[in-house]
Each structure stands twice: as C-alpha cells, then as structure tokens.
Design a protein around this ligand. Structure first.
Ligand code: CTP
Ligand code: CA
Length: 225
C-alpha cells in the first residue's frame, strides 16, 4: 500500500464497496438469494481503483473476476456481510452499498440435505438486519464511514421509494435503479439510474455502461471527500 502508492483524484482515500446477492442457506446444498450479478458493484470497485483509491471489495460469490489491486473479502450471508462492512468501514472515507442484501433468511438451516418427500414443504423466513441502518448508528458514534452511498432497487414508484430510503438510512446519496426494465438493472451490462442527494438535488442519467455509472457515482463523492 505504501510502496505502490496510487495516483488519481481518490489517492489516499479508502473506499469500501459491497457487491452481489447474499446467500441464505436452507440446507448444505441450497440457499435463497437475490437476482444480482454483482456487475454494478464490481464496476464501482474498478472505477475507484482507477481513480487511485484504496479499495476493499466485500463480495458474495459471483461469476466476475476480482478487480486487480482491491482487497477482496468473501462473504455469503447478510449476517457475514454486516460484520465485514462494520469491520472494514471503520476507517473508510466512503462506503458504497451496491450489494443486494437478502431481507429474509430461513429461520433454520438444516444440518443435512433435506430429502424430497413428494409433499409440500413450508419454509419459515426471518428478517435479516439492515446493514445500512446499523452503519448509520455506528457512524453517529464514530464518524466513520465518513460518507455513505446506497442503492434502491425498485419495480414501482422508484423516486418516492428511493427518497424514503435516502432519509431513513441516513445516506449522502442514493442510486435509484428501476429493476423492471430489460436494458437496465439486473444481470445486463448497462444501467439507467437517478441520483438523489441528502441536500435535495436530483440527477437523472441516461442509459450507459455500469462502469460509466460507477464513474459518475464516484465523481459526485469526490466533491465531499
Ligand atoms: N440494504 C442493507 N441491508 C439490508 C437490505 C438492504 O444495507 N438488510 C441496503 C442495500 O444494499 C441498498 C439499500 O439498503 O444499498 C436499499 O436496499 P433495498 O433492497 O432497495 O431496500 P430495503 O431497505 O431492503 O427495502 P425493500 O427491499 O423492502 O424495498
Ligand atoms: Ca431489500
């Protein structure tokens, strides 16, 4: 880190990025997850590296190659991601929460593979903890992470829902993402998003690559960092 000191507008800044959908186990061979490829989060990590930041990427298993130069922390469940975020964002200048965190997990994970019976099987799901809500509490005590950006994945009423999340989660900015479009959001290479800011500003971006979206996100963060 000190030998290979980096250049760029984010040099000397520590950026923590989360990516991918968390995996909540049902039994040793099955899990519940979200429809997330990790592409937008990996693009944020790559763009932050390209701008000179020290990057910690907290990721669930994805089909993507880790960006070269990032410190990569592998997690599976929402609970594991929560602990990793709290640990690594303790000294972070910026946390970008791109991960699709499960809102529910199976109440129990069976120790052995559940065998088929030909009959119905009911799963009881429990709520997971909200990572950004926990980060908000820590940040009020310690001041870290200094800045936080969240995402809002919505299929309806995008801007109203995103605005509520911006406020309740205490974010500097939220990236509002309509995930019901076929050319933007889940799995594809492109994204069409709007930025909503704590100070009331709003920016609508045209359809563009996830890397270009990532650069725009970090350009906004540059003005605070
Ligand atoms: N998030 C989080 N912890 C969770 C769930 C979500 O930190 N347990 C984060 C996501 O990473 C994202 C933001 O909160 O940055 C919004 O996630 P989203 O799923 O859109 O909102 P939720 O608050 O989970 O509400 P809902 O899914 O009911 O719309
Ligand atoms: Ca959710």
């Amino acid at each position: 880190r000190y030998l290979l000191s980096r250049k760029g507008p984010l040099a000397g800044k520590h950026v923590v990025v989360t990516a991918g959908g968390t995996q909540e186990p049902i039994d040793p061979v099955r899990f519940i997850t979200n429809r997330s490829s990790g592409k937008q989060g990996y693009a944020v990590a790559q763009a932050a590296l390209d701008m000179g930041a020290d990057v910690t990427l907290i990721t669930t298993p994805t089909a993507l190659n880790a960006p070269c130069g990032a410190t990569v922390i592998h997690v599976r469940t929402a609970e594991e991601m929560l602990h990793a975020v709290l640990t690594y964002s303790r000294s972070a200048d910026l946390l970008v929460m791109s991960a699709a965190v499960a809102d529910f997990r199976p109440a129990q994970s069976a120790e052995q593979k559940i065998k088929k019976t030909g009959k119905e099987l009911a799963l009881t799901l429990m709520p997971t903890r909200d990572i950004l809500a926990t980060v908000k509490e820590k940040r009020q005590q310690s001041g870290f992470p200094r800045h936080v950006i969240g995402f809002a994945a919505e299929t309806e009423d995008l801007l109203n829902n995103a605005q509520k999340k911006l406020e309740t989660k205490g974010l500097d900015m939220i990236v509002a993402n309509n995930v019901s479009a076929t050319d933007a959001g889940f799995e594809v290479e492109t994204n069409r998003v709007s930025f909503l800011f704590a100070d009331g500003r709003k920016i609508d971006l045209p359809l563009q690559s996830k890397y270009a979206v990532a650069e725009r996100i970090l350009e906004e963060a540059l003005s605070w960092l």
